[in-house]
Design a protein around this ligand. Structure first.
Ligand SMILES: [Zn+2]
Length: 353
């Protein structure tokens, strides 16, 4: 069955409904924000722009949940205090997911990536625990506003369901408005946490950064790998790289925060700076695709050996999504220095797995 993308009217209605969920839904914990955020993230990685429905595994949602809360479970140090506090994310007792994640951090340290690698069984069990919470709480309650149901995202199933099916047009809208969604959800989440923790928070200016700047890998580790994989050449201008070099997120962090290995390239500081938060022009996309294909064995192995997260397929999906959004908004891409151009029609052919 072929489906059409949602009409402009439907897209506006989607935005209105999201606004209602954020504004009117009644919540005792911050779970609804995490759930909406997780769904938006998964639409980028797993969805497409056809306008069709999309099945999401509740397990994958649980995994995103943990990723979001992992960061927020560390002690928050506000300006005036000497010891950090654990942010309260529930009006009553601390939210169950938070307590579970804190326990894991006590046992395994602060790096989620290392935890997944060193204790796969416990990671699976943590995911199982969080999945049950997601099933019983936010998944079930998200679309209740006041005394009404607003089932525009998915149909509620029972609380043991393994998958949800996003309705036609939903994945399309989350992908089209991803940046907007992220800002909306994160802003509302920060305000919620601020209210709950008002007595404990002194200087509030850095709360949003604390909550959402994800665990970023040290970029140093990539330098040694990329310098070989790129044959000591700047990814963008192909001149020799000497001591002065920087690791660049090929799809900028500001568009989609990901630290997956294939998204990194090595460039001169001046090339990196002038690219800034833009996507790179087709010729660079072609080089990126080719580098990851031709050097895939070497690149994969070295990332694994260095204990750095990577998932080439997810990186391709994120890149594809990012270029699709530029294409739709008729945006520009960066070629070199101060030279920008519109994205041509053939970029998709350059992006082969
Ligand atoms: Zn350069």
């Amino acid at each position: 069955m072929s489906v059409a993308p949602p009409t402009p009217e439907d897209q506006v209605l989607f935005l209105r409904n999201i606004q209602r969920l954020l504004g009117e839904g009644q919540f005792t914990a911050s779970y609804k924000f995490a759930l909406l955020h997780a769904i938006a993230d998964l639409c980028v990685i797993k969805g497409d722009d056809t306008g069709g429905s999309l099945d999401l595994d509740v397990k994958d949602i649980a995994e995103k949940f943990i990723e979001l809360y992992w960061q927020q479970c560390r002690p928050f140090q506000s300006g005036s205090q000497s010891t950090g506090i654990i942010l309260q994310q529930n009006t009553g007792r601390q939210a169950a997911v938070i307590s579970t994640v804190i326990k894991a951090q006590d046992d395994f340290g602060s790096s989620l990536f290392k935890f997944k690698q060193t204790a796969p069984d416990l990671w699976r069990s943590l995911k199982g625990t969080v999945k049950r919470v997601v099933n019983e709480m936010p998944l079930w309650k998200l679309q209740t506003v006041g005394s009404e149901r607003l089932d525009f995202l998915y149909d509620n199933l029972d609380t043991t369901t393994k998958t949800i099916t996003l309705k036609p047009g939903v994945a399309f809208c989350f992908r089209a408005f991803y940046g907007l969604m992220r800002d909306l959800i994160q802003g509302a989440w920060v305000r919620f946490v601020q209210r709950l923790n008002a007595n404990n928070l002194g200087n509030l200016t850095d709360l949003g950064t604390f909550m959402f700047d994800q665990e970023r890998s040290s970029l140093e580790a990539y330098k040694h790998i990329l310098i070989d994989v790129q044959d000591r050449q700047c990814f963008y201008c192909h001149q020799e790289l000497r001591t002065n070099l920087e690791v660049d997120h090929f799809v900028p962090w500001s568009r989609y925060p990901t630290d997956l290995g294939h998204n990194f390239v090595l460039a001169h500081p001046r090339c990196n700076n002038s690219k800034s938060d833009y996507l790179a022009a087709e010729q660079h996309l072609e080089s990126w695709s080719e580098r990851n294909r031709v050097r895939s064995v070497e690149l994969d192995q070295r990332l694994i050996d260095a204990g750095l997260p990577s998932d080439s397929l997810a990186s391709i999906r994120i890149t594809e999504w990012a270029y699709e959004q530029v294409e739709k908004s008729k945006g520009q891409v960066w070629l070199q220095q101060a030279v920008f151009q519109h994205l041509g029609p053939k970029w998709r052919e350059l992006l082969v797995a």
